[in-house]
Design a protein around this ligand. Structure first.
Ligand code: DGJ
Length: 760
């Protein structure tokens, strides 16, 4: 809980004269104050500078209803007649259950795109201030702070952030999943009623809806209107879309609070997580653009603009699991360096007593038996190769079989308080992966973990932490009360403190794969591990949908061994490489024995990633609305439109004999481009089911952006679970001519005439 200082004197009532209209990057939020309540009239497309006389636009009053037009407040409230989900639920021992918040001040910031709206209800004894901003790129952020002005405790049950959705929306899309199958989309029609996604995992969750969207019928990757939200929070949460009886729809989210989890003492307050929201009239790609712009605008954002390109990673987990032997790990370092790897990550198994996943969590000391000389021999070898060293940790957990749990049974979180010494009889939650959760709300436990991690980061040259979290927080309690909220904030504090103490260290958020992917954790970490599944076919979907919100430079994507450890599917190297290319690229494979074409193919893929990472990690993500469900086409186009890299992926066999012309959208219509196959190179897959390929594939072809988007290129018949990469570069000249700039022997397609002109 965040105590919020508030001045003793209530601010004077200042109902603003006109509406508040925040506009930026094609998005508007319009708030009207005429009733004394901040009424949200519009969130969506930019309305332009001129707003009509709002008093003329009041809604009619229907039969058998409230006698006034019902407003949708910044906090929807029953006191204004809102009969949908209330924005604020709370009470004082059963009293003051219904607030009537009215605006007391509106502060518009100098940029004209952010404001703080303060409302108060002196009778209920609460003040609420709402911070709203529209960022460059159109991403809206909104959060509330509730302050208890009363003289007794206020029990908060829910404080939600909501926004209106346009009437044109008829469909809902969100994501769900499970371990090794995160971030899969599901769609349902938008009907009267409420669609709620609740996450009670104590962490974000494998099934979390990273994005909840409502949109026009059939909205796709690049068409349709979409309103989308994400809650930047790593604990329990709900997101919802609701259509009430009068036909209005809202979309929003809130932290999901446990019974009596938040009790505000007089003079204290509660702050909601940020709600992130975007509107697009160009489908989900427009939503991604808003999120990417926000991420990439952060001063600490890693990647292309930071001057430190995202390094090629080797993570040793699937190569050795718990079998840590210095000799093997050194061989892996040699092999990795020879391939062009830039960051070497030692995964689980290096600390005291950790030979399997039954023991050791919490004992964050290098295991003296396994590592008699500490980690130094390995780190020296890794850094001598010019690679950065990374280390796996799971700081929020404890094994019951650990020195930590034996010494501090009261540090293990559970539904009832546990005694400090000896054996505690209090019941523990069911184990998950044989482990329990450390109660980081306990200052002693928090300090112990901080000190151990700080000591490791101080003693060793560690540039990267893979910060894992491998269980749901079931029955999470501190001192006998629910504590997911406090634990989540304690984890944030721990990350913040370590980052402050070791500013050069990057941190990855891993949570049994992708169970903690959210903008709360991403404010304090540098990438997420999207899934424990390295199967390239599964990854195509997992990455595509994770990257609707999170840009690829923050999404770990590794080439695993030929046969996936989690699905037993086998894929050739080219498909695995093409898949990993559209993320933060790495390897998770025992690369010691690779030889011949496999080794040189992998080295070539790594070199290609290095060539393209500047583009991949700064450009606009484009996902085609490919009509053939057996194909996926996505790419990254530079912001100036001069360069792009597209992947065409076959995920299944097709109904059709040949793919036909596949559109490459998102380029500049009037620009001439040269399109070439860049990967895989000859002899390194993929395999095709065709007698001969389309003629253009081998020399490349020139075509206008308009032609590529509207007509497309005939594509080869890829076998299922294969893919290819196409480089697209502006070749100079506008597309209004007849193919000027085509290389000798190249086939040139002129943009405007619609005729195919072949040279050579
Ligand atoms: C789960 C992670 O997701 C894996 O990548 C690996 O780090 C294991 N934990 C180690 O226990």
């Amino acid at each position: 809980m965040h105590p919020i200082p508030v001045s003793a004197e209530a601010p004077p009532l200042q109902p603003p004269d006109g509406p508040l209209h925040l506009r930026r990057s094609g998005t508007s939020l319009l708030i009207d104050f005429r009733t004394g309540e901040p009424a949200m009239l519009h969130f969506g497309a930019d309305l332009g500078p001129r707003i009509p006389e709002l008093s003329l636009l009041s809604d009619p009053v229907a039969h058998s209803s409230l006698d006034i037009p019902v407003t949708l407040g910044l906090i929807p409230q029953a006191s204004s007649g809102w009969r949908g989900r209330p924005g604020l639920r709370g009470h004082r021992n059963g009293q003051s259950f219904s607030a009537r918040l009215r605006v007391v001040s509106v502060e518009l910031q100098d940029d004209g795109c952010s404001a703080v709206v303060t409302q108060s209800d002196p009778d209920a004894g609460v003040t609420l201030s709402t911070e709203i901003r529209i960022n460059d790129g159109g991403l809206l952020q909104l959060r509330h702070r509730l302050h208890n002005d009363g003289s007794d405790a206020y029990r908060l049950e829910e404080l939600a952030a909501v926004l209106p959705v346009g009437r044109a929306a008829t469909e809902i899309l969100d994501l769900t999943g499970r371990w090794c199958r995160e971030a899969h989309p599901q769609r349902i029609p938008l009907r009267h009623g409420t669609w709620v996604r609740s996450g009670r995992h104590g962490r974000t969750g494998h099934d979390s809806s990273l994005l909840l969207a409502a949109g026009t019928a059939g909205f796709g990757n690049r068409h349709g209107q979409v309103w989308a939200v994400h809650l930047g929070w790593s604990g329990n949460h709900e997101s919802f879309v609701e259509t009430i009886g009068d036909g209005r729809s809202v979309i929003g989210a809130s932290e999901l609070l446990g019974s009596a989890e938040i009790t505000l003492a007089p003079g204290t307050g509660y702050e909601t997580p940020w709600l992130f929201a975007a509107y697009s009239d160009a489908g989900l790609d427009g939503i991604s653009e808003a999120f990417y712009a926000w991420f990439r605008g952060r001063p600490h954002h890693p990647g292309a603009r930071s001057g430190k390109p995202r390094p090629v990673v080797l993570n040793v987990w699937e190569a050795v699991y718990f079998d840590h032997r210095l000799g093997t790990l050194l061989e892996l370092a040699d092999a990795a360096a020879g391939l062009g790897v830039e960051r070497y990550v030692l995964d689980d198994g290096w600390f005291r007593g950790r030979r399997n996943d039954h023991a050791g969590l919490g004992d964050w000391y290098v295991d003296e038996e396994l590592w008699p000389d500490g980690l130094t021999p390995l780190i020296d070898a890794v850094t001598a190769h010019g690679m950065e060293f990374g280390l796996w940790v799971e700081p929020e957990m404890a094994s019951e079989d650990s020195d930590l749990a034996r010494a501090h049974p009261d540090w293990i979180a559970g539904p009832a308080p546990r005694s400090a010494g000896g054996t505690s009889s209090a019941r523990l939650p069911e184990r998950w992966r044989h482990q329990q959760v450390l109660d980081l709300v306990n200052p002693g436990a928090w300090q112990y973990v901080f000190d151990r991690l700080d000591a490791l980061l101080t003693q060793y040259r560690i540039g990267y932490l893979k910060w894992d979290q491998n269980r749901d927080l079931t029955e999470m309690g501190h001192g006998g009360s629910p504590s997911v909220h406090a634990q989540t904030l304690a984890v944030y504090r721990l990350l913040d403190a370590l980052r402050k103490a070791h500013p050069g260290v990057e941190i990855e958020s891993c949570s049994s794969g992708g169970a903690r992917v959210d903008l709360g954790i991403l404010e304090r970490t540098d990438r997420v591990w999207a899934s424990d599944c390295n199967d390239a076919l599964e990854r195509q979907t997992i990455q595509r949908w994770t990257e609707v919100v999170v840009p690829p430079e923050l999404v770990g994507a590794h080439i695993g061994p030929p046969t996936s450890h989690t699905t037993a599917r086998t894929h050739d190297l080219s498909f695995r490489a093409i898949t990993a290319m559209f993320g933060h690229f790495g390897l998770e494979w025992d690369v010691r024995q690779l030889q011949g074409a496999e080794r040189s193919g992998l080295a070539a893929a790594i070199a290609l990633y290095k060539d393209y990472r500047g583009l991949l990690h700064s450009g606009r993500m484009v996902r085609a609305d490919e009509p053939d469900p057996s194909l996926m086409l996505h790419g990254v186009v530079s912001h100036d439109g001069t360069e792009a890299l597209f992947a065409l992926v076959s995920v299944a066999t097709s109904f059709s004999e040949v793919p036909g012309r596949v559109a490459l959208p998102g380029l500049r219509p009037e620009e001439n481009y040269r399109v070439e196959l860049v990967y895989p190179a000859a002899g390194r897959g993929p395999t095709f089911a065709q007698v001969h390929p389309p003629a253009w594939l081998s020399p490349g072809v020139e075509a206008s952006g308009r032609f590529l988007a509207e007509s497309g290129l005939p594509m080869p018949v890829l076998n299922p679970e294969h893919g290819l990469l196409l480089s697209v570069r502006a070749s100079g000249g506008s597309a209004s001519g007849s193919g000027a700039g085509a290389g000798a022997g190249a086939r040139s397609i002129s943009g405007n005439s619609g005729t195919l002109v072949q040279h050579g």
